[in-house]
Unconditional design. Structure first.
Length: 231
């Protein structure tokens, strides 16, 4: 039982969304070169960020895993107003392409990836409430792909209205097989911030490229677009 070779496919949404976003972020950074603050004393010694968004897959893996979504949270230390470092955790979920499921003759499947990365971050001051930053680093990535089929499971439920405590059948997925790969990886990206005026809290939008050297069924390359809050 093999997997047929599928051509590399680059989703159109990436070309429509990612490229303009990079242009806007690069323009923001170019403006900052004329208005960067001179102070070396950081306003906040510690930083924090939380956000989420859409996660396109790129490269060879895009023909096997579909665009998914992610959630990220991080925190770190600011050495100066312009230079800091952040330790970040990200969880990403994907769908398995239908062509892969047909080739393996399985009903369904999904994939997810955990990552923990250490990332230096360089902040730029632009105009007024707007800012920009460059971020990049590396760390640990763990990707799991599971093949499943629908089934039912017996669980114990309690209904306080009727006073019922007992077994019930619920829909579930039976895992037919899974493949997990642990790997090192790197990332780099650009972001923009908008000062919300609450003690240094900022709204941010970011696009970042991640590469993980997962060896089973292709390396993992993703281009997550994230929106959230930075402090």
């Amino acid at each position: 039982m093999g997997i047929r070779k599928v051509g590399i496919f680059m989703p159109r949404t990436i070309s429509k969304l990612a490229v303009p976003a990079l242009v806007v972020m690069a323009f923001s950074i170019s403006l900052s070169l004329n208005a960067q603050t001179a102070s070396d004393s950081p306003q906040h010694r510690w930083n924090f960020n939380v956000g989420g968004g859409v996660t396109p897959t790129v490269g060879d893996i895009s023909s096997r895993l579909n665009t998914g979504g992610h959630f990220t949270v991080g925190g770190g230390y600011n050495f100066t107003n312009s230079l800091g470092v952040a330790l970040e955790y990200m969880y990403t979920g994907f769908g398995v392409d239908r062509s892969v499921l047909r080739a393996l003759d399985v009903p369904d499947g999904d994939a997810h990836m955990h990552s923990v990365t250490l990332n230096p971050i360089w902040h730029f001051k632009t105009v007024g409430r707007f800012g920009g930053y460059a971020i990049g680093g590396g760390g640990f990535y763990r990707r799991t792909v599971e093949f499943t089929q629908p089934t039912t499971a017996i669980v114990t439920v309690f209904d306080p209205w009727w006073g019922y405590l007992g077994p019930a059948l619920v829909s579930a997925n039976q895992v037919l097989g899974s493949v997990t790969s642990n790997a090192g990886g790197v990332n780099a990206g650009l972001g923009i911030t908008i000062d919300l005026g609450h003690g240094g809290t900022k709204f941010y939008g970011e696009i970042r490229y991640h590469y993980a050297a997962t060896h089973r069924a292709r390396n993992t390359q993703i281009l997550p677009v994230t929106f959230g809050i930075r402090w």
